[in-house]
Write a protein that binds this ligand. Structure first.
Ligand code: NDP
Ligand code: ZN
Length: 356
C-alpha cells in the first residue's frame, strides 16, 4: 500500500509498505478525509520526536472500515468512522488511573505518526477499535468531522486544564485551529473577557466570531506587557497556550494573576528546557499553576464532541480553509501547514469513497 511519510528528518515523500496486520480487537480503516497537523511539522522539520525514518505521517482522519478483528463487536466493514488522534490501550493500568493518553508509557496513547504508521495511507491500523472509534453520522461532512479528531479535542482540553470558571479573564495564546477551539472552550465555560493572541487575519476574524473580546498581536510587542497594560497591571485569571515558542510559557506566567492557572497544549520544540521567570512566579510562592497535557482521545470523547456540534454549541466548519481532492495533494497540504499563509487555518484532503 501507498503512504505519505517522513522519510528522514526534513524529508517527506510517498512510500510503499505492507498492509498493516490485524489483531482481534483492531480495525483497518481506509481514509475519507485527512488533515495535516502542526505536530507533523514539529515532527518532520523540528526534530521534536527525534529521529524517525520511513514513518507514514498523519493522525487526523475519518474513514471507512475495511476489516475488523474477531473480537470487535460494534463496528463492521463499510461503517464510516471518526478516528481520534489519540487511541489509548484501554486495558492498560494507566487508563484506570485516569490518564488513558499515557497508557503504555508517557504519551503512548499518541500512536499514529509517533510510534506507528499514521493515517496518510491507503489503509491504516486502529487498536482497540470498539473503544477508540466513533460512528460518523450522515449529517456531518467528512471534511468537518476530521476537525474533531485532534483540533477540537485538544483546544477544549486546553480550556479544561485551565479550569475556567464564570467571569474569569482568559488569555488564549495562539489562535490557529487549536487555539480557536480553546477559545470556544473558554467562552463555553463562561469566561468573562477573552484576550486572543495571534496575527493571521483569517484567525483573527474567526477568533472574534468565536468570542474573543480583545486581539493582541505578538508582533507588536511582548505579549505579557501588552496584556498587563490592558488589565491595569493585574493580569488574567487563566492562560491557555496553543502556540508560540519556548519563551511563551514564561510570558504566560508573567501575565497570569497569583492563584491563576497556565494551561498548555502546545507542543514545544527547539530547546531542551523551558524557562520559568523566578520573580513573576513569586519565587515559587505565587500559587501560579502550570498544567500541560496531551489531548484525550477515544470513542466517548469523539461522541461527546459530536453531540456538541449537533446541538450547535461547538462550531468547527470555520476551521477548514483549504480543501483538496486526492492523496496526491498531501505534500501540498503539508507544505501549507509548514508555511502558514495568511488565509490558512486548516487544510483537508478528501479521498473519494470509491478510490482504492
Ligand atoms: P498554528 O501554527 O496554526 O497556530 C499557532 C498560533 O500561535 C498562531 O495563532 C500563531 O500566530 C501564534 N504564534 C506564533 N508565534 C507566536 C509567538 N511568538 N507568540 C504568541 N503567539 C504566537 O498551530 P495549531 O493551532 O495547529 O497547533 C497549536 C499547537 O498545538 C502546536 O504546537 C501543535 O503541535 C500543538 N498540538 C498539541 C496537541 C496536544 O495534544 N497537546 C494536539 C495537537 C496539536 P499567527 O496568527 O501569526 O500564525
Ligand atoms: Zn495533531
Amino acid at each position: 500500500m501507498k503512504g505519505f511519510a517522513m522519510l528522514a528528518p526534513n524529508e517527506v515523500g510517498f512510500t510503499e509498505k505492507d498492509r498493516p496486520a490485524l489483531c482481534a480487537k483492531d480495525a483497518l480503516v481506509r481514509p475519507l478525509a485527512v488533515s495535516p497537523c502542526t505536530s507533523d511539522i514539529h515532527t518532520v522539520y523540528e526534530g521534536a520526536l527525534g529521529d524517525r525514518h520511513d514513518m507514514i505521517l498523519g493522525h487526523e482522519a475519518v474513514g471507512v472500515i475495511v476489516e475488523v478483528g474477531a473480537e470487535v463487536k460494534d463496528f463492521k466493514p463499510g461503517d464510516r468512522v471518526i478516528v481520534p488522534a489519540i487511541t489509548p490501550d484501554w486495558g492498560a493500568e494507566r487508563s484506570q488511573a485516569g490518564f488513558p493518553m499515557h497508557s503504555g508509557g508517557m504519551l503512548a496513547g499518541w500512536k499514529f505518526s509517533n510510534f506507528k504508521d499514521g493515517v496518510f495511507a491507503d489503509v491504516f491500523h486502529v487498536n482497540d477499535a470498539d473503544a477508540n472509534l466513533a460512528l460518523l453520522p450522515d449529517w456531518l461532512a467528512p471534511e468537518h468531522a476530521v476537525m474533531l479528531c485532534d483540533m477540537a479535542t485538544t483546544g477544549l482540553h486546553g480550556a479544561e486544564l485551565a479550569d475556567i470558571g464564570f467571569g474569569h479573564s482568559v488569555a488564549v495564546i495562539g489562535i490557529g485551529a487549536v487555539g480557536l477551539m480553546a477559545l470556544q472552550g473558554a467562552a463555553l465555560r463562561g469566561a468573562g473577557h477573552i484576550y486572543a493572541v495571534g496575527s493571521r487575519p483569517i484567525s483573527v476574524k474567526v477568533a472574534q466570531a468565536f468570542g474573543a473580546n480583545t486581539i493582541v498581536n505578538y508582533k507588536e510587542g511582548p505579549i505579557a506587557e501588552q496584556i498587563l497594560k490592558l488589565t491595569n497591571g493585574e493580569g488574567v485569571d487563566r492562560v491557555i497556550i496553543a502556540g508560540g515558542t519556548t519563551k511563551t510559557l514564561g510570558q504566560a506566567i508573567e501575565m497570569v494573576k497569583p492563584g491563576g492557572i497556565v494551561s498548555t497544549v502546545n507542543y514545544y520544540s527547539g530547546a531542551d528546557y523551558l524557562e520559568i521567570p523566578r520573580e513573576a512566579w513569586g519565587a515559587g510562592m505565587a500559587h501560579k499553576q502550570i498544567r500541560g497535557g496531551l489531548t484525550p482521545g477515544g470513542r466517548l470523547r469523539m461522541e461527546q464532541l459530536l453531540d456538541m456540534v449537533e446541538s450547535g454549541r461547538l462550531r468547527i466548519a470555520e476551521l477548514v480553509t483549504h480543501v483538496f481532492h486526492g492523496m496526491e495533494h498531501l505534500p501540498e497540504a503539508l507544505e501549507l501547514m509548514h508555511d502558514k499563509p495568511k488565509d490558512l487555518i486548516k487544510p483537508v484532503v478528501l479521498i473519494d469513497e470509491d478510490a482504492k
